[in-house]
Design a protein around this ligand. Structure first.
Ligand code: ADP
Ligand code: MG
Length: 359
């Protein structure tokens, strides 16, 4: 196993910069996800770590050693891509054994290691079958078995679940995380799916347009986003214009019309350097929609009106009119959700908000 480091890495394709100067430290044994919209440079970063692309500038280190000049087959990596192409004319066992033969592992060891990998992906009895006899999810597990059988230092996974249908994808998430926990291999996982990233990662690297916007634990990027982009890429957030009136060890005080004075806890106000223009970030799940006459203690509230109601199974999403602004709230469905046009009261707890400087 090994850590992975990107040091001042830049990748340009002709004049186009796909990856701007990037520094990343992926600790040994961690499951780190590169998350961002299509085209933000996730695959480019992964291909540079793999050795399939040369960085234009900067250094890549695996296990603390510079690998810029080390070819892909000498980097000891397990790689699974979205189109996981198994060899159709080889059996499952032959597919899994491929990387071992290529690495001159003694014949006497191969069958045992292949079986161990098939056990790990919970498909112990399919070794003699051909890929086409397996479901998409099973084929994907075999691709994973083929990647881990070589006992890689680092596992690189590029949207490996995106070809699977929704239910299977959720099962495979759990499965993939279980396997990674069991073998403890450093894993760099690429996805554009925020729920996948939140569910699986020790740490998430949120990317936009070739830059790292934020790196942190799932709770950290979710609850304390570093930018408006992050706040909205990981679900919906409301950005309320605010004025920071004071900061101290306890946190920041923000004036937010029409709610009044909001005391944001220090760990969620680190990005404010002092009094000045600011924004209050309030996740849609943290904004409660209440009957007009209710104002529970501990909530900062304001009257609003329901503009749109969007049912989403267990939850309901409201678009709400608050003066000249539209806000979003995602609440659990209770027996009597509010109807379009209804006057309501909206409210939140100050500790659920975070703060950013004004854009
Ligand atoms: P992601 O995986 O996040 O969707 P990519 O890393 O594949 O994004 O691509 C990042 C950007 O670099 C995109 O704008 C893409 O079009 C561009 N790009 C990727 N590979 C090449 C290439 N070989 N030549 C030119 N442009 C490329
Ligand atoms: Mg990609």
């Amino acid at each position: 196993m090994s850590s992975v480091t990107l040091r001042n890495v830049v990748k340009r394709f002709h004049k186009f910069t796909a990856v701007h100067k990037t520094n990343l430290e992926i600790p040994d044994g961690a499951f780190v996800t590169l998350l961002g919209p299509s085209g933000c440079g996730k695959t480019t970063n992964l291909r540079m770590i793999a050795g399939l692309l040369d960085p234009t500038e900067g250094e890549i280190l695996i296990g603390g050693k510079r690998v810029n000049d080390v070819p892909i087959h000498k980097r000891n990596l397990g790689i699974v891509f979205q189109n996981y192409a198994l060899f159709p004319h080889k059996t499952v066992a032959e597919n899994v054994a491929f990387g071992l033969k290529y690495r001159d592992v003694p014949k006497s060891e191969i069958a045992g290691r292949v079986q161990k990998a098939l056990d790990l992906v919970q498909l112990p009895h399919v070794g003699e079958r051909y890929p086409k006899a397996l479901s998409g999810g099973q084929q994907q597990r075999i691709a994973l078995a083929r990647a881990i059988v070589i006992e890689p230092d680092v596992l690189l996974l590029d949207e490996p679940l995106s070809a699977l249908d929704a239910n299977l994808r959720e099962d495979m998430r759990v499965e993939l995380k279980r396997i990674q926990d069991q073998i403890g291999v450093t894993t760099v996982f690429v996805t554009h799916d925020q729920s996948e990233a939140l569910a699986m990662s020790d740490s998430i690297v949120v990317m936009s347009a070739g830059r790292v916007e934020q790196m942190g634990a799932p709770e950290e990027v979710y609850n304390n986003p570093a930018s408006e982009f992050v706040a909205n890429f990981l679900g919906a957030s409301n950005m309320l214009p605010a004025a920071c009136t004071a900061t101290d060890a306890e946190g920041a005080t923000l004036d937010v019309a029409p709610f009044g004075s909001v005391a944001v806890p220090a760990e969620k106000a680190q990005r404010l350097s002092g009094p000045g223009p600011a924004q209050l970030v309030l996740r849609a799940e943290k904004l409660a929609v209440l009957p007009e006459a209710e104002a529970p203690p501990g909530l900062l509230t304001a009257p609003a009106r329901v503009e749109t109601v969007d049912y989403q199974g267990q939850t309901v999403r409201y678009f709400l009119r608050l003066g000249d602004r539209q806000l979003q709230a995602i609440n659990m469905i209770d027996e009597r959700p509010f109807e379009q046009g209804a006057p309501v009261r909206i409210g939140f707890r100050p500790k659920d908000a975070s703060a950013l400087p004004a854009e």
